[in-house]
Design a protein around this ligand. Sequence first.
Ligand SMILES: NC(=O)c1ccc[n+]([C@@H]2O[C@H](COP(=O)([O-])OP(=O)(O)OC[C@H]3O[C@@H](n4cnc5c(N)ncnc54)[C@H](O)[C@@H]3O)[C@@H](O)[C@H]2O)c1
Ligand SMILES: O=c1ccn([C@@H]2O[C@H](COP(=O)(O)OP(=O)(O)O[C@H]3O[C@H](CO)[C@H](O)[C@H](O)[C@H]3O)[C@@H](O)[C@H]2O)c(=O)[nH]1
Length: 331
Amino acid sequence: MAVLVTGGAGYIGSHMVLALKDAGRSVVVIDDLSTGFRRAVPETVPFVKGCVGDERLVAKTIMEHGVDAIVHFAGSIVVPDSVRDPLDYYLNNTVRSRALLAAAVAGGVKRVVFSSTAAVYGEGSDEPLTEDEPLDPISPYGASKLMTERMLADMSRAYGLSYAALRYFNVAGADPDGRAGQSSPRATHLIKVAAQAALGGRNHLECYGDDYPTPDGTCVRDYIHVSDLAHAHLLALDHLEAGGDSFVANCGYGRGASVLEVIDAVKRCAGVDFPVHVAPRRDGDPASLVADPTRIRETVGWRPRHDDLDSIVGHALAWERQVAERGAGQA
Ligand SMILES: NC(=O)c1ccc[n+]([C@@H]2O[C@H](COP(=O)([O-])OP(=O)(O)OC[C@H]3O[C@@H](n4cnc5c(N)ncnc54)[C@H](O)[C@@H]3O)[C@@H](O)[C@H]2O)c1
Ligand SMILES: O=c1ccn([C@@H]2O[C@H](COP(=O)(O)OP(=O)(O)O[C@H]3O[C@H](CO)[C@H](O)[C@H](O)[C@H]3O)[C@@H](O)[C@H]2O)c(=O)[nH]1
């Protein structure tokens, strides 16, 4: 039986494919390559180029590869884009997830692990957020993900499918062995962009807002290493396969870093300085988002291995050097 990884050519999905292969699992990837890279998926892994909203293609993939579990990463991920073009986000993240899930049920898939997000919590809080926090997304991105969580909850009751919805906080870093990383030259994530600035790929970095109600005025986020996150998915899948109940859980370390702290870490680890310009606040950005990771630890026994900002930044920089050596967009 195989695990279908949607969005497996993307940043987090490609790390999940490695984690599954390292664990000796059979994997098949479906990805439309809208933001992913074919070369991010090892040649030994079957690859289907197409959209998760194509129910017939998904059904065929499930049947041909004997898929009994899906890890669903495919989606659109840029919060400010979702504010500008909400319908696009509801289409790609919600409507197409519905098609994928319909094909999954029809094809007898019993387990789904879903990429959700801290953006479902809305404005956040000064305190670490538990899963019981009110769900009140302030961006269409967060709302589009929450709708899929709700579809999964309803489906599990109606069809007996079991699921884990993992609410990631800010994912960063790269495979410690240099096999995968964030490859998109247009990526907007802070650590990626700061690594590009440190290596000369950008001439400056913009800090979006320094007047937030946080200790240094810049936004606080809980940065989680992408390999720790992939490991959490593996454990979630094991839990469901062993007959464990469906669950929703935060994925973060329980500690926040401000935008300025991240920039300092990147400059320190790279040993270079680069200009930072304070810019206006970005639409859809809550002041502070930090996870309470108790539930993921207790439910599946997750123990992070890279819970350290300098390690995350160091791995991100190492990957960015590979990207730079191969030429922009060729990683
Ligand atoms: N990166 C983060 O910090 C973060 C935080 C919270 C949640 N997430 C979620 O994790 C998932 C993966 O994010 P990522 O950072 O790896 O992004 P990414 O853009 O690198 O990966 C997404 C992948 O999905 C593919 N894709 C998009 N729409 C598709 C479709 N309709 N059909 C088939 N393939 C499609 C893209 O080509 C890409 O390979 C997303 O669902 C995102 O919402 C990411
Ligand atoms: O060039 C930049 C890029 C980012 N930031 C700031 O850095 C912080 C982190 O921004 P990212 O773009 O790296 O990440 P987000 O917090 O916007 O969003 C990420 O985490 C969210 C959950 O916390 C969602 O899940 C989303 O998919 C994922 O992109 C924000 O305050 C942002 O304003 C800057 O100041 N300058």
